[in-house]
Write a protein that binds this ligand. Structure first.
Ligand SMILES: [Zn+2]
Length: 411
């Protein structure tokens, strides 16, 4: 029996149609988790899955599972998937590629008329990005038992709305318990979000590991005062404190280069008025490294420098590590299935460590898991100019299909 082929053109058409939901003027996508646009993208995905003959369920975190039944429905399924939410200035491929690649695998199995022994599912995980609701990957985290359900549903956005309220509002507060069921394997296809595959002319990234991450929230409180009459020496400027921490965060990242990443991407200044000394600043720090020991060293440096800077300027500090995700080693058998599929098709491939967090990082705790990366233009993501080639996306989807087939016993 010949191996079924995915339809790259159909995959591309679906990606482009989905990209219209939340499309931005600059060619990107803004589809924040649990907004009306998020609901539209979910509705469309479910419609396509039902058209492909799948049974769709939604769990209490709003995770969507579209099941193509196997001969023995009692066997743990092989699951594929990623996320439909984006960053505010997101692109057309981050996340949604892995969701629609899963759907394309199901469509290709249908075209080939293949019956599988166990079920195959395409999934979409809620709020992967962590942009509207922190932390990232919260719903796959609940599925994997990293967070409890109550924690997940009570995450708030900057306006104070909870995930639970917003799931209910858009009609995605499902009734299925979150997790607690065995998966045979989980595969996530994703754009690389870095430059390595493109630089080396590779089509497929065989993802062996993922970086560990630590996220922090810091609030500095000084004193608001008039920018004119207040002498420099008597100021307690919270933004000056934050600025110094930001420079130090960058220094820590450079010190542990090339594998370390250290970023401050969110700063809120109060009262944010041009002639008022900033009295309060809230900002977030993001540290990443594939080696847990180095990540711990970076953590120690941050915990030392923040109180030092605050004391020098006379600021009060609230400091919290809101998230810790240890480095992940993906499952050798699943990694091997990805490698074998790339080799069988003659796609240029290399092993790679994921620099970003993914739903697969949490699912790896409860199921054998691996990922398939494809190149994206200039390694850019979380940006409206994010781009990927149809042929590469199709190749990654074919690898996904064959990795899945290796895990389901064909009739
Ligand atoms: Zn993503």
């Amino acid at each position: 029996m010949s191996t079924p082929r995915v339809d790259g053109e159909r995959l591309w058409q679906s990606l482009m149609e989905m990209a219209q939901i939340g499309a931005t003027d600059k060619g990107g996508v803004c589809r924040l988790a649990l907004t009306d646009l998020c609901k539209q993208s979910r509705d469309l995905f479910i419609q396509w899955c039902q058209d492909a003959g799948c049974t769709v369920t939604v769990d209490k975190m709003g995770n969507i599972f579209a099941r193509r039944a196997g001969r023995d429905d009692s066997l743990p399924p092989v699951v594929m998937g990623s996320h439909l939410d984006t960053q505010p200035t997101g692109g057309k491929f981050d996340g949604v590629y892995g969701v629609l690649a899963g759907l394309e695998v199901i469509r290709a199995l249908n075209d080939a008329g293949l019956e599988t022994e166990r079920s195959v599912e395409a999934s979409a995980w809620t709020n992967e990005e962590g942009s509207r609701f922190a932390p990232a990957m919260v719903a796959s985290g609940v599925f994997a038992g990293v967070f409890d359900l109550e924690y997940g549903l009570s995450r708030t956005d900057l306006s104070g709305l909870t995930m639970g309220e917003e799931l209910k509002r858009i009609g995605y507060d499902g009734d299925v318990e979150v997790g607690g069921r065995p998966l045979k394997a989980f595969f996530e296809a994703h754009i690389e979000q870095g430059p390595i595959l493109e630089d080396e002319g590779k089509t497929i990234g065989i993802v062996t590991d993922a970086q560990g991450q630590r996220w922090y929230e810091i609030t500095f409180t000084g004193q608001e005062a008039h920018a004119g009459p207040t002498p420099m020496h008597s100021r307690r400027d919270a933004l000056v404190g934050a600025a110094r921490v930001i420079a130090e965060v960058n220094r820590v990242g450079l010190k542990h280069a090339p594998l370390a990443c250290a970023t401050v991407g969110l700063v809120q200044v109060h009262p944010n008025s041009r002639n008022v000394i900033p009295g309060q600043v809230f900002f977030a720090v993001d540290f990443r490294h594939p080696d847990d020991a180095v990540l711990s060293a970076m953590d120690a440096e941050l915990r030392e420098l923040v109180p030092q800077i605050a004391e020098e300027i006379g600021l009060q500090t609230e400091f919290e590590q809101i998230w810790y995700s240890p480095p992940v080693a993906f499952h050798p058998e699943c990694v091997g299935a990805v490698r074998a599929a790339a080799e069988r098709n003659g796609y240029p491939a290399r092993e790679i460590v994921s620099g970003a967090g993914h739903d697969a990082c949490y699912i790896a705790r409860v199921a054998p898991t691996s990922m398939v990366f494809v190149p994206c233009k200039d390694g850019i993501s979380h940006n409206e100019i994010e781009d990927a080639k149809p042929n590469d996306l199709a190749a990654g989807c074919q690898v996904l299909l064959e990795a899945v087939l290796q895990q389901v016993t064909l009739k």
